[in-house]
Design a protein around this ligand. Structure first.
Ligand code: PSU
Ligand code: MN
Length: 299
């Protein structure tokens, strides 16, 4: 743990965990460092301490120095994408990697952090054309079922089967809250057309729901915050790029942990920057909201 994060936790100050896969594998080099710095600043501006999480040279780090943040965002770092299953082998072998929602949630909780901001949750993948079922279900869901942490996100990525993912979250007893909305968001789009199970309208209401849930269960809570309206992608463009992206994944036989980065990359290169703007705007909004909720919870 960085000294700053350790001091904040000891003093009971609000802390917000941030993940590194969205930086290293979800955004292009250059832009990622800018976003990483703005995310940390956004958390500070709202009165909380940011704790970006990654693994460098076999050490799990909670809270990065400016140089470590640069390394995570550098194209030369060639960081692995670490889900929870990869953490043990990577630490034991002294390797480096960026952490997903699953591994970040566990490291954050182990450190004593209860709030975490990201872009989009992993979930149940849509089968590429021609495939019936790939069994590609993100480890994010299993981890949220047994890790008491609040994840602030813009729903799950729209490249996923959203109704199926919501069903799995229900099975795992993970409460899903919609922030100021009645319809569940879909990452690049403000609505998936599906209703949110519970609507909340301010940070205090979120904190109250999280605290009440804690009396009964050790599962996580999802707070779904839609992309700001001015940064939402055009729905037709979105649907076209998604169909193309799924074809591409099937043609190139991409599978496993490469699917999400390949689909996001296709959106970013083929949308003329629109998906990048949306992705950046939504993670920043989620970091700001996470910090406000963390401040409420720390009261
Ligand atoms: N949010 C983003 N971009 C991302 C991710 C989230 O805006 O790249 C990452 C998270 O780390 C999440 C991962 O855990 O995508 C999901 O990967 P998979 O589908 O392989 O589980
Ligand atoms: Mn997967």
């Amino acid at each position: 743990m960085s000294a700053e994060v350790a001091d904040a936790l000891a003093a009971g100050t609000a802390v917000v965990a941030l993940e590194s896969t969205l930086l290293a594998h979800g955004l292009p080099p250059g832009r990622n460092l800018e976003v990483a710095r703005r995310l940390e600043q956004t958390v500070r501006d709202a009165g909380a301490v940011p704790a970006t999480i990654a693994v460098l040279d076999g050490r799990p780090l909670v809270g990065l120095s400016p140089a470590q943040l640069e390394r995570v965002c550098s194209p030369d770092a060639e960081l692995d994408k670490l889900s929870l299953r990869d953490l043990g082998p990577t630490l034991a072998q002294g390797r480096s990697g960026a952490t997903t929602v699953a591994s970040t949630a566990v490291l954050a909780h182990t450190a004593g952090i209860g709030v975490f901001a990201t872009g989009g949750l992993g979930g149940v993948h849509l089968p590429p054309p021609g495939a019936a079922c790939t069994w590609d279900v993100s480890a994010d869901l299993g981890v949220l079922g047994r890790t008491p942490i609040l994840v602030v996100c813009s729903g799950m990525k729209s490249i996923l089967d959203i109704p199926a993912t919501l069903e799995v979250l229900e099975t795992r007893s993970v409460p899903v809250l919609g922030y100021g909305v009645d319809e569940f968001p879909a990452f690049y789009l403000r609505s998936s057309g599906l209703p949110v199970p519970h609507r909340v309208d301010d940070p205090a209401a979120v904190a109250a729901a999280v605290a009440a849930h804690r009396h009964f269960a050790d599962s996580g809570v999802v707070l779904a915050n839609p992309v700001p309206a001015e940064s939402e992608m055009d729905k037709d463009l979105h649907d076209r790029l998604l169909a193309e992206g799924l074809e591409l994944v099937a043609e190139r036989r991409v599978h496993g942990s490469d699917v999400t980065p390949v689909l996001l990359e296709h959106f970013h290169t083929a949308s003329g920057g629109a998906s990048l703007d949306a992705n950046e705007a939504l993670v920043l909004a989620n970091a700001a909201l996470a910090a406000r909720v963390a401040v409420e919870l720390a009261r």
